[in-house]
Design a protein around this ligand. Sequence first.
Ligand code: FAD
Ligand code: DLZ
Ligand code: SF4
Length: 512
Amino acid sequence: TGKLRLILGDQLTATLPVLTEADKNQDVVLMAEVREEATYVKHHKKKIILLFSAMRHFAQSLKDDGFQVNYRCYDDKENQGSLLGEVQAAIKAHNLSEVVVTEPGEYRLLKSMQQWEHQLSVPVSVLPDARFYATKQEFSAWADGRKTLRMEFWYREMRKKHGILMDNGAPAGGDWNYDSKNRVSMPANVSPPEPSRYKPDAVTTEVIELVEREFASHFGDSDGFHYAVTREGALDVLNTFIEQRLPDFGRYQDAMRHNAVWLFHSHLSFYINCGLLSPQEVVQQAEAAYHAGEAPLNSVEGFIRQIIGWREFVRGFYWYYMPGLQSDNYFNAKRDLPSFFWDGYTNMNCLRQCITDTKKHAYAHHIQRLMVLGNFSLLCEFAPEQVQEWYLLVYADAYEWVELPNVAGMILFADGGNLASKPYVASGSYINKMSDYCKNCGYSVSKKTGEGACPFNYLYWRFLDAHQDKLRKNPRMGLVYKSYDRMATEKIEAMKHDASRFLTKLSKNEEV
Ligand code: FAD
Ligand code: DLZ
Ligand code: SF4
């Protein structure tokens, strides 16, 4: 008898062995929209729209390709509410004798799947997910025995091993990294191209109605959905990025602009993470643009580093450090997230902009997630589990394997430095350098204390003051503590006083 082949919502890839090895006559493919996956955190409405619509389109493409597909819609009366329940029902309905699935991206689901064989009383094969450049084992072998794990060294290994941007064994152009040419602020006269937008078709329109009905209490706006939901659409987003944005990607990678969220970023994470695009094809296209003289090396190298460097690194890191990573709390942070993280209602323009963009689009670009939202979360010592949950549910590209290392490691330093060499903290002047947010803010970025001073300024010095015991010994913090030591005691006391008043207001959810 045949096998049941389960495809998860982020496994929409036709070349996965779970599909290519199928016997189309006997086997049945199962895809299911289930309450358990859609509500284990209250995902942003647009994230659910994207996934359910992409799942429905993918199921149709499999049917067109001759597969027998059992697709369970969310509002089907028979819906079992969980993946296990759906697998059980499908085995029975089609009289199947074995289950095959690709390993899930999240630890929680892998642990649960490891019980399935016992619970279902049929064999369950969990196949490796080969959609990454490196296997989990390859990362562990690289990491074992190293004192510190640094993305940059991992990245160079990947470049060499896969021959990406290499010239006779040396990095193209002579350097591994061209960030000295990147990260400039964006002049006011630069106009980034409009993002690719797709009008919802009948399938997406039905899903939007479903989500508005069933997930009304979830975070985020459902109107104005314009993401691609098919492989063809995702390829179109990729081609448009390579043509229109990649040339300026590097230069403006760290820039932020008032009322503008898309800038020169690729907006590809949605599609790479759910399987509609492979990281390999994205990297190959970017490299080809460099060789064709269509994009400069600093942009292409910077972009490729995000994928074969950061993306692969955090995935390996996640599996290497789970489950401990979930509960790490180096600074013993325990403040609650303020309510304005959900509605954007604050006078701090940078936060208002980033939260509003997130709420509208289930997207914010990297530097908004890092320099504004992340920096603030660390400075205010929000409880890691609350910050982790927030990031996991608000972004349409978020799955725990990629979200958690970025939150626990990159922004909160909750792992004590396994991922980052120092905490990413910055005062208002850095935000002002990289954005035009401060011009549009009720606070004054040049004011350090007193009425109307930018909260990032005093929160920054308070944080350094509070965590000296842990941070002074970090060689990369040496310069910062030199400035701190030169500061007059009264100035430090005034900042601590303002910071304490601010944090008390936050705790009481008063307007800031
Ligand atoms: P681009 O700026 O165009 O970058 C190109 C690609 O590189 C991205 O599509 C992504 O695949 C990859 N990439 C870039 N940076 C990272 C990174 N730090 N880690 C992993 N991949 C990276 N990315 C997610 O995909 N899912 C998440 O849940 C997620 N959570 C994050 C949380 C925090 C606190 C931070 C600081 C970053 C997070 N990122 C996450 C990384 C990054 O912000 C997003 O990948 C990026 O903003 C997606 O937009 P883009 O496709 O336009 O990216
Ligand atoms: C994120 C998500 C959502 C919202 N809904 C579903 C679903 O209904 N069915 C499904 O198979 N997958 C869904 N997903 C993606 C899974 O949560 C994802 O596969 C796991 O978190 C592992 O990465
Ligand atoms: Fe943000 Fe401070 Fe600038 Fe206002 S002044 S936008 S709070 S950094």
